[in-house]
Design a protein around this ligand. Structure first.
Ligand code: NAP
Length: 263
């Protein structure tokens, strides 16, 4: 049984992870951290039967007290880098769903993994459909280089653009062989053409009602090809998170993107 601790256990994603871990064969929940819910039984916190595991206030205490083999982190872009340095620095494996880590920070964390022997998966998106959308996009962009991304999320999401949109852009930029047409539009209102990442425009929509959605639009001459993925329920991320908790035990070093665990 792989011992799992959930950081951000009271959050929208973290509570879903807690409920999934307790049902998953081969995994055992040993701890949870969430400052505002510390002191509560983790089962009570996520709406299941009591588990006899008290939610901790500090990640550092939880690592000492529950001795996890894997820490799953769904907290906040503001604290994920410090969390990851602490966990990986202690030689403990980590599955990171929290978005917001920069490429330079990922490099630092990879170096820590090399030094301590910890393994780590950073996945901006754990849903199979979203991973497949990225994979197909990298094929299409070879033929249709004019592309834009629209990502749509609930209005409580803290960062923009989404980690998935950035990873999709990175992968397409690496795969794109033909030059896209020059964008000669002059914005009369700053930002209306979106933000450019890897020379691909990304447009972020934030509205109540959305969960997590992404469109990739390819323009050709007299044709448009649109791919769209919709995560309608946070349960869609759970098979990927459970798989990651198991594979991170044996997949060496730091890996970026769930697709690398599927191949
Ligand atoms: P959320 O509901 O706000 O949950 C975050 C949780 O972390 C909250 O309970 C928060 O507590 C807690 N927290 C804050 N500071 C903490 C600390 N120092 N130690 C431990 N826990 C702390 O957000 P969410 O929707 O679950 O999303 C969390 C992250 O996952 C975001 O970055 C989001 O973009 C990302 N995400 C990734 C995927 C994916 O597939 N990779 C899917 C969905 C979301 P408070 O409420 O007290 O602040």
């Amino acid at each position: 049984m792989i011992k799992v601790l959930v950081n951000g256990a009271g959050g929208k994603m973290g509570s879903e992870v807690v409920r999934s871990v307790v049902q998953e064969e081969g995994l055992i929940l040993v701890g949870g951290v969430d400052p505002k819910d510390s002191g509560r039984d983790i089962g009570d916190l996520v709406g299941i039967e009591k588990k006899g595991i008290i939610v901790e206030h500090q990640l550092s205490d939880a690592l000492k007290n529950s001795k996890p083999e894997v820490v799953v982190d769904f907290t906040s872009p503001a604290i994920i880098y410090e969390n990851a340095k602490m966990v990986l620095g202690a030689g403990i494996n980590m599955v990171i769903g929290t978005t917001g880590l920069t490429a330079a920070q990922r490099d630092d964390l990879a170096q820590i993994c090399t030094e301590t022997g910890a393994n780590c998966l950073i996945a901006p998106n754990f849903s199979l459909g979203a991973v497949l959308l990225m994979k197909v996009s990298t094929e299409i962009v070879k033929y249709l280089p004019n592309v834009e991304i629209v990502e749509l999320h609930h209005n409580h999401k803290l960062d923009a653009p989404s980690g998935t949109a950035k990873l999709t852009a990175e992968k397409m930029a690496a795969a794109r062989v033909l030059e896209p047409d020059a964008d000669e539009t002059i914005e009369s209102l700053s930002g209306v053409r979106g933000g450019r990442y890897e020379n691909i425009p990304i447009h972020s929509i934030r509205l109540p009602g959305y969960v997590a959605h992404q469109e990739v639009l390819f323009g050709g001459y007299g044709e448009i090809l649109t791919l769209r993925h919709d995560s309608l329920d946070r349960k869609s991320f759970m098979p990927g998170v459970m798989l990651a908790c198991k594979k991170v035990m044996t997949t060496k070093g730091l890996v970026y993107g769930l697709e690398n665990y599927l191949e």
